[in-house]
Design a protein around this ligand. Sequence first.
Ligand SMILES: C[S@@+](CC[C@H](N)C(=O)[O-])C[C@H]1O[C@@H](n2cnc3c(N)ncnc32)[C@H](O)[C@@H]1O
Length: 279
Amino acid sequence: MSSAAERYAAVHDAALAAGRFADHRRRADHWADLAELFRVNPYRPWDKNLHAIAGYLQTTDVLLDVGGGAGRVSLPLAGQVHEVVLVEPSDSMRGQFIASRDEAGITNARVSPDWWLDSTETGDVAITSDVVYFVRDIEPFVAKLHNSASRRVIICIWRPTPGDMDNELRRILYDEQPAPWPGLPELATVLWEMGLLPDIQVIPQAPWWIPEAAGGLSDTEAVELAMARLERDDEPTRRQVQDNFDRLFERGPNGLSPRWLSGAREVMITWPTHGVQLV
Ligand SMILES: C[S@@+](CC[C@H](N)C(=O)[O-])C[C@H]1O[C@@H](n2cnc3c(N)ncnc32)[C@H](O)[C@@H]1O
């Protein structure tokens, strides 16, 4: 029988072979096209996820944000901790982080350009948000998070994963079943086999990069959402969406909501390290 880490790698490899994300074992800037999207105002009102993370922070903490991107998660929390340290190998993401930090006048946040397994950074709380899907060899990555954090590890992922958010839409329209990204079931069993017993908290909020998931759409907006998610702009697809309208959208008092996105949730997986190294 294979180990949970081998099964995680197999799911990763199948998704990679299907061209569903870039191979992050290749040391390139895989985020050049998306870095700007990940730059979000550090002073925006906190969502439920930021509140949940902040509940674990102390003012004396160094918050280590692994694969921190443009600082979307850690810059809003800089005022809650002593220092934010981002570990981020993508030049484009680091550029957006620095611009966002400096424009916001945040002075206790810095960024280091390493891939996580090469990093020497440590902190009190290590967080990694929407990164682990791209990590094939998950055990050493998680072990290093644990061993680099004196108090706690926090892993945030989406269920379904960002890559799988539209699978139900594709199944209904095209009968497609894309190879899934590694997600919560695969990760939870890896952690279990590593002897970790984390708290798993489901955060009830819609995916931040798809505001339409929250609903309130007109008929036209609903069709355009489906077209945009499918990255299509042709009449046959538009007709197909219209033909399946009631399967795809639910009509409520405030307008339409996309059924296939209604169950999407952010999931926070966290455990205390007690300063004890994993061997
Ligand atoms: C989807 S983005 C998430 C960015 C940020 N954490 C957020 O939630 O806004 C994934 C990030 O993980 C980073 N990443 C992927 N593999 C990594 C690794 N092995 N070490 C460090 N960062 C990594 C990428 O460079 C990218 O910035």
